[in-house]
Design a protein around this ligand. Structure first.
Ligand code: NAD
Length: 483
């Protein structure tokens, strides 16, 4: 069998030590790899590459499509982009897969039966990083969730469950509040779950769901979540296993994939030869399966489990009542190498020998619907008249009032403040003024511009507009509280 080219980065801090140890184990386990080494991280940032990566490194990633990455240090101070976010978006790495399993009794945990996989959407949500300061008092961040993006990640989660003989997929959202964004993710989850009748599916609101996951993690199997919730939840789950230091993250795209430990570059212990290489070493397991070398993944993972079971532990997981020998980074790697070919006795051995790589091409549907513009939310920066909403409402009705678009509501921080009396604690300088066409008659862009011209003539500082559309007659915008 021929070697598979992969790109390797040694990273910063403890990165070089744990990568050297991991590659040694990979070599001794018989991994068939052609390694291209690239430089990323702190020194590259400090040489002026704001994303922490050079053109030469991009070329290698494009060539191999497999990235085995040690942790890097992000320099303090502004202006630097997160390399992980840059790589995820540039290569469309839409799925972040994090297994979170306990290794009890070898590693202490309050949840010995825990064995879940968190599948986090990796490209959308608040991570688009589209933020604005709109007034002196108010800032916004745009949460973008797409239907195809949701379909891809949810289907990936069900395919993953099917391939790995897992019984249940759980979805977490906050769709009782975010009915359109999280609502779409949940709706897609319900639709796609019907294609997998043999797999149980359930949905939890993220707040109570997280509480349940923290209390009874053994109740969960595969979990699929939008980006931000997944970021938080996967660290909570990794911590519950007893050691974040063993956590692994696979970032999967249709063409490219990146494999790494979840911990950082640990500058506090760098260069001392005491770091635990397990997170990075275990990240090689899904990488080997991904490139069709399940046999090597199996040998490596079972040797690692046996080492842990034998109590050969680095300082971060060493406990006098559970460990037999305290070792450094390279000694740990040598101990794993010495156990290649063995299986653990108390911990559950793994079997990937015949495993085929998972196809990451997930089909998405094309949405055809009748879209109509029926109104506009005009956002104002307004502090006149002691911020009295009645005064603003009367001014708009008198001066910003076209034949097609009529003021229907004003809100401040989402609360309905006009028409009607309000007893709000305070009003900020950011007002949403909703103008709608009577009976939802379609309006044109020119009619919206006419409205804005009137607002301009009235001396109002409009800072943003959001168009109100219907799709097949159904509102594509949130109702105003109190409606
Ligand atoms: P960290 O994970 O590097 O360290 C947190 C603590 O865990 C430290 O006490 C450290 O000594 C310990 N630790 C981490 N990995 C260990 C290991 N393998 N063996 C033994 N102990 C280990 O988190 P941090 O200190 O918040 O971040 C340090 C740097 O890493 C920052 O610059 C951060 O931006 C970066 N970082 C990078 C990645 C990545 O490249 N994927 C991820 C997280 C953080």
């Amino acid at each position: 069998m021929s070697n598979v080219p992969i790109t390797v980065a040694y990273g910063d801090g403890i990165g070089p030590e744990i990568m050297k140890a991991s590659l040694l184990v990979l070599q001794e386990a018989g991994a068939r790899l052609d390694i291209e080494t690239i430089e990323i991280g702190e020194q590259v940032y400090l040489r002026g590459h704001k994303a922490g990566i050079t053109d030469h490194a991009w070329d290698s990633l494009q060539r191999t499509n497999v990235f085995y990455k040690a942790p890097i240090t992000t320099p303090q101070g502004g202006g630097y982009k997160s390399l992980n976010v840059t790589i995820r978006t540039a290569f469309g790495l839409f799925a972040n897969v994090r297994p979170c399993a306990s290794y009890y009794p070898s590693i202490d945990t309050r949840h010995p039966m825990m064995d879940m996989v968190i599948i986090r959407e990796n490209e959308e949500d608040l991570y688009a990083g589209i933020e604005h300061r709109q007034t002196r008092e108010v800032y916004q961040s745009l949460k973008l969730i797409s239907r195809p993006g949701s379909e891809r990640i949810v289907r990936y989660a069900f395919e993953f469950a099917r391939k790995n003989a897992r019984r249940k997929v759980t979805c977490f959202t906050k769709d009782n509040i975010m009915k359109l964004t999280d609502g779409t993710f949940h709706k897609v989850f319900k639709e796609i779950s019907e294609d997998y009748p043999e797999i149980k599916s359930e949905h939890w609101i993220i707040d109570i769901g997280t509480a349940k996951l923290a209390d009874q993690p053994e109740q969960f199997d595969v979990v699929v979540v939008p980006n931000l919730y997944g970021d938080i939840l996967s660290d909570v789950a990794a911590q519950l296993t007893g050691s974040v230091g063993l956590g692994v993250s696979s970032n999967i795209g249709e063409e490219m994939a990146m494999f790494e430990a979840i911990h950082g570059s640990a500058p506090d212990i760098a260069g001392r030869g005491i770091a635990n290489p397990s997170g990075l070493l275990l990240a090689a397991v899904p990488m080997l399966i991904h490139i069709g070398q399940g046999d090597v993944a199996e040998a490596l993972h079972n040797a690692w489990l046996t080492t842990i079971e034998d109590g050969i532990h680095t300082r971060d997981i060493y406990q006098t009542d559970r460990s037999s020998q305290l070792v450094g980074t390279m000694e740990f790697a040598q101990a794993v190498i010495a156990r290649l070919g063995r299986e653990p006795e108390r911990l559950r051995p793994v079997h990937y020998g015949q495993e085929s790589p998972m196809d990451a091409h997930m089909p998405t549907t094309t949405i055809v619907s009748e879209k109509a513009l029926v109104g506009v939310d005009v956002f104002l920066d307004w502090t006149d008249a002691d911020r009295d909403p009645q005064a603003l409402g009367k001014k708009l009705e008198a001066e910003v009032n076209t034949s097609t678009l009529k003021l229907t509501k004003i809100t401040n921080r989402g609360q309905n403040v006009y028409p009607g009396e309000v007893h709000a604690a305070f009003f900020v300088d950011h007002w949403r003024c909703r103008f709608e066409s009577p009976d939802n008659q379609p309006v044109t862009h020119m009619q919206v511009l006419e409205l804005l011209q009137q607002a301009n003539a009235a001396g109002l500082d409009f800072i943003k507009t959001e168009h109100l559309y219907t799709f097949d007659g159904k509102a594509g915008y949130s109702a105003i509280a109190g409606e």
